[in-house]
Design a protein around this ligand. Structure first.
Ligand code: NAI
Length: 256
């Protein structure tokens, strides 16, 4: 059995993945604001440090996989705090425990939104690892009525960070594949308010067209994550895998 840390384990995709892994006999260390083995707030540096410390204590310094699912999708600075810095600091903090395992794996949850327009200042500051600058740029966007760019910015930055670090000595050099699943629109508590609003469903279908089998449930995304962090994945790293009913292929066509 493997020991796997999953953030965002209390709801949606993280909850589905944690359940699947537990059913298969793995030990899951769930990390979330509530209803979790490790309760911590990934939106702030102290909370991230606490999540890392608590997880390291529970796993005894050796982890077979880490999956960063925790996320928020509002139009404030929160996506930058949780989706980018929360995921990156969790993965960085747990990387030594991964390196201590025999077949370590890591994955993050990106989004089709990462292909949508972004705030370049926010993305640049995220990639520079400068949270104060990223939050200053994000607050400026929010004040200027461009808060809708912040979720896509957080996910674009996360995907770019993943692609940069995956080939470095700390990840590839330590034998740790690091990939992202980018979902289209998934039926979870995060999107429930959108599905309840007919006009929003229209907007959503235009922004994220899903010609293949429509909207997925969280277990579809969890299955893909499960393979990425399985021992079978020895050579795929740095990939953003769209599990999106064809949204990315529709929006970007032949371009890659
Ligand atoms: P959800 O809202 O059902 O679950 C998210 C979980 O993250 C919750 O349990 C929440 O408590 C936790 N979380 C939020 N802020 C946190 C914080 N500061 N500290 C610790 N935990 C925190 O959402 P869902 O749909 O399962 O989303 C999971 C991931 O998938 C997110 O990263 C989201 O951005 C991404 N995603 C979701 C899509 C969808 O359509 N549902 C589409 C594309 C990406």
């Amino acid at each position: 059995a493997r020991t796997i840390a999953v953030s965002g384990s209390a709801s949606g995709i993280g909850e589905a993945l944690a359940g699947m892994l537990r059913d298969a006999g793995d030990t899951v260390i769930g990390i979330d604001l509530r209803d979790a083995d490790v309760r911590a707030d990934l939106s702030v540096p102290e909370g991230r440090a606490s999540a890392v410390a608590q997880t390291l204590e529970r796993c005894g310094g050796r982890l077979d996989a880490v999956v960063a699912c925790a996320g928020v999708s509002d139009f404030t600075v929160m996506p930058v705090k949780v989706n980018f810095f929360g995921a990156v600091e969790l993965l960085d903090g747990l990387r030594p425990a991964l390196a201590a395992a025999g077949a370590p794996r890591a994955a993050v949850v990106g989004s089709i939104s990462g292909t949508h327009p972004v705030d370049d200042d926010v993305v640049r500051a995220c990639l520079a690892g400068d949270e104060p600058a990223a939050l200053a740029a994000a607050e400026k966007a929010e004040r200027g009525g461009a808060g809708g760019l912040l979720y896509p910015s957080s996910k674009a930055a996360l995907a770019q960070w993943m692609r940069r670090v995956c080939v470095t000595p700390g990840w590839a050099g330590a034998g740790i594949p690091l990939n992202a699943i980018a979902p289209g629109v998934v039926r979870t508590p995060m999107t429930a308010p959108l599905f309840a609003d007919e006009a929003m469903v229209q907007v959503m279908n235009e922004a994220v067209p899903m010609p293949l089998n429509g909207h997925a449930g969280p277990e579809v995304i969890a299955e893909a994550l499960r393979w990425l962090i399985s021992p079978a994945n020895t050579h795929m790293t740095g990939q953003v895998v769209y599990v999106d009913g064809g949204a990315e292929a529709t929006l970007r066509g032949a371009g890659l």
